[in-house]
Design a protein around this ligand. Structure first.
Ligand code: ATP
Length: 554
């Protein structure tokens, strides 16, 4: 108390205060003390003390004050008051732990299981960040002996849950702790979900209440992988402290495979199909336009082959369906890491995609127009002969059909296709040449090329151009012209709008897990601004990317 006062009032004042206190407590017998307190040596000491008061003493006082507060707080009682420990403790020598947890609105965050052979009840798992986990007292593998005084041996897990549900306030567990508690030494894992998962429709999940539902493209922080079948995860960005159960990568892969084989197969490539089971949606798409037309420049002939892609179908028949198989049996999770491009590194490729007619090329053209020194498309290859104004390497790289096919078999194309008996394609080298020049390469792709651009060397940032709702699409495109199959432009018709919306819905459903950014192309001006900002963010801000892009190559 003395020290605390010293800081505010000064030592001289305190000495007189002490005198008064002493007088009150020891009555008239104060003469000796008065002599002592007025002694020159004591006064000198007090002066020295006072002069250092503002240096070390101040820190000491703060510490002292903190300790005093701690003592006062520690002596107080706070609600709720836990019940006293049972008087009769087991004497059979088995180490028991008695745990009191106070129920609040949260679930306990632990699951139990019954050993069918012995009838014993065990804590099956403790959910990361849940009440039990935060208490630090209950562990997976602990044997449950009593709950609120009820012996649990031989009970069904549901009966124990019932006891827990009925109890109010504090719940007391008597447990025999697990002998060798496994230590979780795994580092945190971040993944992107490539499938949907709904725990309420998965009969195999140990406890649906503890499950975590997720959708394609969601980012998950895997906080516990100790169980081979059921991991614990949190969705990012994360607001909940408590994790949820999700199937491990192996378990989900097994489910995917079982599901794949259980479905009737088609041997034609003529029909789009999507199978949706109760647990997850797996994309099986037989009409991925693997060899449909493509366009990387702004040339109409190239863009037309997209819409007339059926003409190209069958040319490279072996490729048909390859992409769909990849989609279906690729892992259900993709490991990701947070990546920020170092300023001295090459730019990330910007890949735009969207349903035909939504405005992908318009936006790309406008972006490049804003700053041709910064943004550039990739020059495509073609087997057609140059037209009057065209220069080799500017509009196209002109090659023979044989050369084109050789390049194709060497896997050099990101996309390729045929239109009016001419082949067109964009090579990885064409993209890399733009990036090597220091510019930002902006291309538009069809969905089947996503796999080719999501690579360590191109590190594509994929922007999905999404159609606005039908009425807004109609409203904003009243004067817009759609390029038709016969090189002419015409105003949009009602069925065009309908097709764009439907194709957009399908594209998003199938590929949203790969979209880094979605721009709804309502008003053109606003969309351009959003695109410009997204492209900047892609180069300058951290993003979650596949871990395989960043890991050192073996
Ligand atoms: N936000 C918008 N508002 C109004 N008109 C738009 C908008 N976006 C694009 N357009 C117009 O729509 C028409 C089609 O756009 P664009 O050619 O870019 O489509 P696309 O998605 O590239 O499809 P395709 O490759 O099949 O031509 C163009 O006339 C374009 O000017």
């Amino acid at each position: 108390h003395l020290c605390v006062c010293m800081h505010g009032t000064g030592l001289a004042q305190i000495s007189s205060h002490v005198m008064e206190e002493l007088r009150d407590s020891v009555g008239s017998d104060t003469e000796l003390l008065q002599v002592l307190l007025h002694a020159p040596w004591l006064q000198a000491l007090l002066k020295v003390s006072e002069s250092v008061e503002h240096s070390h003493v101040t820190q000491y006082i703060t510490l002292y004050a903190l300790l005093s507060v701690h003592d006062v707080v520690g002596l107080k009682d706070y609600e709720p008051v836990l019940p006293p420990l049972p008087e009769t403790l087991p004497v059979d020598g088995e180490a028991m732990r008695i745990i009191c947890l106070v129920k609040n609105n949260q679930p306990l965050g632990a699951t139990i299981r019954r050993d069918e052979r012995t009838g014993e009840i065990y804590v099956a798992r403790v959910i990361h960040g849940g009440l039990a986990d935060r208490s630090g007292l209950l562990y997976a593998g602990d044997r449950l002996v009593e709950v609120n005084g009820h012996a649990v041996f031989g009970l069904e897990p549901e009966q124990i849950i019932h006891i827990l549900v009925q109890s109010q306030g504090a719940v007391t567990f008597k447990v025999v702790p697990i002998a060798d508690r496994p230590v979780n030494t795994q580092s945190m894992l971040y993944v992107r979900a490539l499938v949907h998962y709904n725990p309420w429709q998965d009969p195999a999940i140990p406890c649906a209440h503890a499950g975590l539902a997720f959708r394609k493209g969601d980012l998950l922080e895997i906080v516990d992988q100790t169980d081979a079948l059921w991991w614990q995860a949190r969705k990012l960005p994360c607001s909940a402290t408590c994790a949820g159960l999700v199937p491990s990568a192996n378990l989900l892969k097994r489910k995917q495979r079982e599901f794949w084989w259980s479905q009737p197969k088609s041997h034609t490539c003529s029909q789009a199909r999507e199978y949706t089971d109760d647990i997850m949606t797996i994309d099986v798409n037989f009409t991925e336009p693997w060899i449909f037309g493509f366009c990387s420049g702004f040339q109409r002939s190239l863009r037309l082959c997209r819409r007339r892609g059926a003409q190209g179908r069958g040319l490279f028949g072996s490729a048909c369906g390859q992409g769909s198989f990849y989609n279906t049996l690729a892992g259900p999770y993709e490991e990701v890491v947070l990546y920020q491009r170092p300023p001295e590194d090459r730019h990330r490729l910007i890949a735009l995609l969207g349903p035909s007619g939504v405005g992908v090329n318009e936006l790309r053209r406008r972006l490049i127009e804003i700053s041709p020194q910064t943004y550039q498309g990739a020059t495509p290859h073609t087997t057609r002969t140059p037209r009057g104004h065209e220069l080799p390497g500017r509009e196209y790289h002109f090659v023979s059909r044989d050369q084109f096919k050789n390049m194709l078999y060497s896997n050099r194309f990101l996309e390729y296709g045929e239109y009016r008996r001419h082949l067109y394609g964009t090579t990885v080298e064409a993209v890399k040449a733009v990036l090597a020049s220091g510019k930002i390469c902006v291309i538009d792709i069809e969905p089947y090329a996503i796999e080719s651009v999501r690579t360590r060397e191109l590190r594509a940032y994929i922007i999905y151009i999404k159609p606005p709702p039908l009425d807004q699409l109609k409203q904003t495109r009243t004067n817009s012209q759609l390029i038709t199959g016969s090189y002419t432009s015409q105003l949009y018709k009602d069925e065009d709008f309908q097709k764009i919306v439907e194709a957009g819905r399908w594209m998003e459903q199938q590929y949203r897990q790969f979209f880094d950014c979605i721009i709804v192309n309502g008003g053109l001006q606003a969309s351009c601004v959003r695109l410009l900002m997204a492209v900047r963010r892609a180069q300058e801000e951290p993003h979650w990317v596949p871990a395989s892009w960043i890991r050192p190559t073996p």
